[in-house]
Structures are given as structure tokens and as C-alpha cells.
Design a protein around this ligand. Structure first.
Ligand code: ZN
Ligand code: ZN
Length: 376
């Protein structure tokens, strides 16, 4: 027993105990990394809508939980049998640590690893690494829970980067960039010069615009309900911006494309309204891709006749949609060659203690991405 206690240490973490409540900063006891696990000191963590869905009860997760799934840090300890990283390595963290052995992993879809889905907010062996003062086991969102000073996570979540790679950019590659840019450039039938419409100009939407620039999209039409976000989208390279509160986006997109419709639509927000707008805006034979996660239980009211008669394709795209490490690699190369302006997406930095303020800023529709900077 004594020995077991000796392997634990205290870490500061932001814990959600109940939905629609404030996140609390707590000191938690943390176990050391086990087989194929590492301990990472967090350097940067992103404020993403997926965590906000959990706070609002729109995605059900077991509580109490340390949220946060977009992050980058430095490996400070390794468990047994860890071979791909060592102490001192800086890493992007993948919010889908893939097992490598399940059906999906073997199909090359590490982004939807079955073993990861089954074990959820616990580590791969089904156990927890965090406990609070009252002895409660604390869940880690996506096995990560990056809103903590140090985290114990699977080795396969870590993607090693060069020491001088900017850490806040690395953090964003962990979720919004991979979801948005990857959601565009990794689509099987995407092509240079495609016309695209992007619904939602939040963190993921801006990255989808950047993805559109990478494929040299002929038109990048951004649709949102907030003018400040649309102005920001325009700066990011949207060729047209539409406020769907003021005009019918389907009508306008048809007008912009000479009555044809766009080749690709991307719903980066994830809702019945935006998915319907997207499907109405694509051309015959066009593809609509849902990238944003809608609140749980939400269904889209699809016009089936339109899909059949007009040969439309409706796709879901989760985290890439390839093995996350492959997408990270592609994105890093694009960034290094100056083709991806990820830096400008980052608009605000907060210390961990200001996590509630950070989510409030997300909820009220501030531009770009906010990040927790652990050096503040
Ligand atoms: Zn995210
Ligand atoms: Zn797997």
C-alpha cells in the first residue's frame, strides 16, 4: 500500500463535476504511467466546442471529468515498453489514440479506432489515472484531459515534433486544424479548383477555409450568422461571405455559381439547419461533408428525392478523416512551407485558472481560437 501511494503525485487540473456548472480547479492525485503510457507536461491546450457540448450536457460523458482534447506538451516520463517517444520530446496530442490492432485501425482508419471508442475516458487497460480528495475516479476526455498541468496518456496519442516547432500551432493541429484542413484536403474526391461552401466560421470553419486554399479552391464561400466571424473568414481567404440570418444561403450560393451549386459543401458547425443548407447548395453529383459534431440525438431532415435525383453524396468526416498521425504529418509540412497560416487563428491566451472565461468567450462567438497557455 505504501509503495502504491509513493507512485502518486498531485497535479492541478480543471474538473467538470456537473453539467451547466463552472469548471473547478482542483489538485488531483495522479498515478505514474503504466505499460505503453507516457506522462506529458502540458504546454498549450485549445478551447474547442466539443468540450463546450459536454459542459452544456449536449454530449453525454461520465463525470467528473477533466475536459480538453486539443493540446501539445513535452514528455516528462515514460512507462514500460514505450518506444516511439522519450523524455524531453515535444508532442502534438491526438484525441484518438489508436490501438493499431482493431478492425478500423487495420483498415487505415485510426481516427475511429474501435478499442479507443470502447475504453472511452479510461486508459486502454480500462482504469483511471486520476483521483480527487474524496477518492472519486476522474475521467479524462478522449483519454487526454489536457486542461491539467501534467497528464498520463497512451503513448499512441503522442506525435513527436521538432523542438523548435511553435507549441500553440502544434496544439491546434491536435484538433481544429486536423478536423478542418484535413476534413477538406483528405476527401477522396476533392480536386484542385473545386468550388466549396463552408457553413460555420468558428475554429474548425476557419481551418476548412485554409484547407480550401491548399487545394486551390476556385470559390470559398463562408456562411455564418455573425458578421464579426464572417469578416474574420474573409481575412482568412473566403472569396465570398454570407450572413444566413440576412439572406438565404442556398439561393445566394446558386447565384454565385451560375445556378449550378458548389462542388463541395462542409458543415463545420453540425446542425439540422446547416446540414440542410449545405445539401441544398451543392451541385448535381456534388458532395456534402458534415465535419462539426452536432449535439447528441440531433437528426437532419434530408430531402431524399433531391439526393437521388441529383446524385448527391452526404459524408461524415471525423478527425481528418484518416489516421490522425498521417494528417498531422501533412499539415506540419504545409505549415513549414508557409501554406497554412495557423498562427492567425490563435486570438486569445488564458492561464488554466481562466478556463471558465475562455469557454464564455467561445460561447459568445469571439473570433478565432483561444488557447490555455500553461506558462501564464
Ligand atoms: Zn476539438
Ligand atoms: Zn484500433
Amino acid at each position: 500500500m505504501l509503495q502504491k501511494n509513493a507512485t502518486k503525485k498531485m497535479v492541478k487540473a480543471a474538473v467538470l463535476y456537473a453539467i451547466n456548472n463552472l469548471i473547478e480547479i482542483k489538485n488531483l492525485s495522479q498515478e505514474e504511467p503504466k505499460n505503453n503510457e507516457v506522462k506529458v507536461k502540458m504546454l498549450s491546450a485549445g478551447i474547442c466546442a466539443s468540450d463546450y457540448h459536454v459542459i452544456k450536457g449536449e454530449t453525454s460523458f461520465p463525470l467528473p471529468i477533466v475536459l480538453g482534447h486539443e493540446g501539445a506538451g513535452i514528455v516528462v516520463d515514460i512507462g514500460e515498453n514505450v518506444t516511439s517517444v522519450k523524455k524531453g520530446n515535444k508532442c502534438i496530442l491526438s484525441f484518438v489514440p489508436s490501438c493499431g490492432f482493431c478492425y478500423s485501425c487495420r483498415k487505415g482508419l485510426g481516427n475511429v479506432c474501435d478499442t479507443n471508442r470502447l475504453t472511452g475516458t479510461r486508459q486502454f487497460d480500462g482504469t483511471f489515472r486520476l483521483k480527487d480528495d474524496n477518492g472519486n475516479d476522474i475521467h479524462q476526455f478522449a483519454k487526454l484531459g489536457v486542461f491539467a498541468e501534467e497528464i498520463v496518456i497512451p503513448e499512441s496519442a503522442c506525435f513527436k515534433i521538432e523542438d523548435d516547432f511553435p507549441i500553440d500551432v502544434a496544439c491546434l493541429i491536435g484538433c481544429s486544424v486536423t478536423t478542418g484542413v484535413g476534413g477538406v484536403i483528405n476527401q477522396e474526391n476533392i480536386f484542385p479548383g473545386a468550388s466549396i461552401a463552408i457553413f460555420g466560421a468558428g475554429g474548425v470553419g476557419l481551418n476548412a477555409i485554409l484547407g480550401g486554399k491548399i487545394i486551390n479552391a476556385s470559390k470559398i464561400i463562408a456562411v455564418d450568422i455573425l458578421d464579426n466571424k464572417l469578416e474574420f473568414a474573409h481575412k482568412f481567404g473566403a472569396t465570398h461571405v454570407l450572413n444566413s440570418k440576412e439572406i438565404d444561403p442556398i439561393q445566394k450560393i446558386l447565384e454565385i455559381t451560375n445556378g449550378i451549386g458548389v462542388d463541395f459543401g462542409f458543415d463545420t458547425f453540425g446542425s439540422q439547419i446547416t446540414t440542410n443548407q449545405m445539401m441544398g447548395s451543392i451541385r448535381k453529383g456534388g458532395t456534402g461533408v458534415i465535419i462539426g459534431l452536432a449535439p447528441e440525438g440531433q437528426t437532419a431532415n434530408i430531402n431524399m428525392v433531391d439526393i437521388v435525383r441529383n446524385h448527391k453524396i452526404l459524408l461524415g468526416s471525423y478527425y481528418g478523416p484518416l489516421s490522425p498521425h498521417l494528417t498531422f504529418e501533412r499539415i506540419i509540412e504545409f505549415y513549414k512551407s508557409g501554406k497554412l497560416d495557423i498562427d492567425s487563428v490563435i486570438q486569445r491566451k488564458y492561464p488554466l485558472e481562466k478556463i471558465n472565461e475562455a469557454y464564455n468567450d467561445l460561447a459568445t462567438g469571439k473570433d478565432g481560437r483561444g488557447v490555455i497557455d500553461f506558462s501564464l
